[in-house]
Write a protein that binds this ligand. Structure first.
Ligand code: UT7
Length: 383
C-alpha cells in the first residue's frame, strides 16, 4: 500500500503590510469595525514585482528546501489559484519553469478558497495510485489585483501570498488519510470575479458594472461556511475512523474569526485548537491554509503523529477537507550542512535549466540575452 506524506513546506507573503487604519483612508471603514466583525488587523499586499507565479515560486523553493528534494525529481506541479497570472498559459507552468522542475507536468486548479485542499486531494490520489512519486501542491493568490478598492465589503478582507507543500509517496503508513470534496454550483453568484470568456473585458462591460473585481454576498458565504465546517469535519473524521475530538489541530480556511468561533461551538470543539493567523494575513483564498499550516509549525503547534484537519470553503461554491496524520516535525527536517549545500546547488541549477529548455526549443542564446536585456530596460523605464 502506498501513502502520501507531506515532506516539505514553505510560504511567502509580500513585504508590504497594509493596516486597517490605512484602509480607512480609502473606504468608509474603521479598525474597530474590521477587527470586531472579522478579526483581521493587517494583510500583505503584492507590489508591482510580485505576481501569483513569483509568489508561488518563492513558496515552492522553500518547500523543496525543507523536503531536501531536487526540483528535477518533481513529477507534477499543481497550482491552486483563482487569480492566475494569465487566462493562458497556466500559472503552474510558469512555476515549473521558475523552479527548474524540468521533468514535471503542471496544471492550475481553480476551486477558489478550497483550491489548496482540492490540490492536496488530487496530488495524494496520484501518489497512492502509484502514478507519481513527488508532487508539489501550491496555493497562491494575488487577491489585491481583483479587489474593487472602493468596495468596503470586500477590500478589507483579502490579502496576497502563497504556500506550498511537497507530497512524497512512501510505504510508511500515515500522511493524507481521508479527503472529501464538494460543490454547489447553484450558488455560483454568491462569490464571483466576472472576468472570462463570458464577460470579455471591454468598455461596455466595465460601464455595466461587470469590471474584473470580486463581488460577494458576505452573509450567504458566512452561513454556508459555518454549516460546511460542521458537517464536513464530522464526515471526514468518521471516514478516517477517528472522533472529532481526536483531531489535534484544525487548520481552516482563514475567512473570518466569527466563522471559526461559530464552527467551534457547533462542533463542540475547543476554539484554541482551531488555528488562526487571520489577524496578520487576512483572507488569502487558496493560499490561506498552507500559509496558516506553516505558521502553526513555526509556533510549535504541529508535531509528527498529530491528526490535522485542513478544511476549505469558498467560491463555486466549493468545499473540501483533508485529514492528515502529520509526518515530520520541523526538527526532523533539519539537514546537515552537506545536504543543505547540495540542495542549494540543485536549486541554483534552475537558472541553467531554464536556459537549456529555451535553447532546446531552438531559441538562439544571443537572442535570449537580447530579450532579457529588453525586459530589464522596460522594467526600469516603468513599462
Ligand atoms: O473566503 C471565502 C469568502 N469570504 C468569506 O468567507 C466571507 C464571509 N462573510 C463575512 O466574513 C462577513 O459576512 C463580512 C465580514 C463580509 C460582513 O460582516 P457582517 O457582519 O455579515 O456584516 P453585514 O454584511 O451584515 O453588514 C453590516 C453593516 C452594513 O451596513 P448597514 O447596511 O447595516 O448600514 C454594511 O454596509 O456593515 C456595513 N459594512 C461595513 N462597515 C464598515 C460592510 N463592510 C464594512 C466595512 N466597514 N468594511
Amino acid at each position: 500500500m502506498r501513502y502520501a506524506h507531506i515532506t516539505g513546506w514553505g510560504a511567502y507573503t509580500p513585504p508590504r503590510i497594509v493596516t486597517n487604519e490605512e484602509l480607512s483612508h480609502l473606504v468608509e471603514t474603521s479598525d474597530e469595525w474590521i477587527v470586531e466583525r472579522t478579526g483581521i488587523r493587517t494583510r500583505h499586499i503584492a507590489d508591482a514585482e510580485d505576481h501569483t507565479s513569483t509568489m508561488a515560486i518563492k513558496a515552492g523553493r522553500e518547500a523543496l528546501k525543507v523536503a531536501n528534494l531536487d526540483p528535477a525529481k518533481l513529477d507534477l506541479v499543481i497550482c491552486a489559484t483563482s487569480t492566475p497570472d494569465y487566462l493562458m498559459p497556466n500559472t503552474a507552468s510558469l512555476v515549473q519553469d521558475g523552479l527548474g522542475a524540468s521533468h514535471a507536468g503542471a496544471f492550475d486548479l481553480n476551486a477558489a478558497c478550497s483550491g489548496f485542499v482540492y490540490g492536496l486531494t488530487v496530488g495524494a490520489a496520484m501518489l497512492r495510485s502509484g502514478l507519481y512519486k513527488n508532487v508539489l501542491v501550491i496555493g497562491a493568490e494575488a487577491m489585491s489585483r481583483v479587489m474593487d478598492w472602493t468596495d468596503r465589503t470586500t477590500c478589507v478582507l483579502f490579502g496576497d501570498g502563497a504556500g506550498a507543500v511537497v507530497l512524497e509517496a512512501s510505504d510508511e503508513p500515515g500522511g493524507v488519510m481521508s479527503c472529501r470534496l464538494g460543490s454547489d454550483g447553484s450558488s455560483a453568484d454568491v462569490l464571483k470575479v466576472a472576468l472570462g470568456t463570458r464577460v470579455p473585458l471591454n468598455p461596455l462591460n466595465m460601464v455595466n458594472g461587470n469590471g474584473p473585481y470580486m463581488k460577494m454576498s458576505g452573509n450567504e458565504v458566512f452561513r454556508f461556511a459555518t454549516k460546511t465546517m460542521n458537517q464536513v469535519t464530522r464526515q471526514v473524521a468518521a471516514e478516517a475512523g477517528i472522533a472529532v475530538d481526536d483531531i489535534d489541530l484544525i487548520i481552516p480556511h482563514q475567512a473570518n474569526q466569527r466563522i471559526l468561533a461559530t464552527a467551534a461551538k457547533q462542533l463542540n470543539y475547543p476554539i484554541d485548537r482551531i488555528y488562526s493567523n487571520l489577524e496578520r494575513v487576512g483572507n488569502t483564498s487558496a493560499a490561506s491554509i498552507p500559509i496558516a499550516m506553516i505558521d502553526a509549525l513555526k509556533e510549535g503547534r504541529l508535531h509528527a503523529g498529530d491528526h490535522l484537519l485542513m478544511i476549505g470553503f469558498g467560491g463555486g461554491l466549493t468545499w473540501g477537507a483533508c485529514l492528515v496524520q502529520w509526518s515530520y516535525s520541523p526538527e526532523d527536517r533539519r539537514w546537515s550542512s552537506y545536504k543543505r549545500t547540495r540542495q542549494a546547488m540543485r536549486m541554483a541549477l534552475a537558472g541553467p535549466r531554464r536556459w537549456a529548455s529555451r535553447i532546446e526549443r531552438g531559441l538562439d542564446f544571443w537572442e535570449l540575452r537580447r530579450r532579457r536585456a529588453e525586459r530589464k530596460r522596460t522594467k526600469k523605464s516603468g513599462g
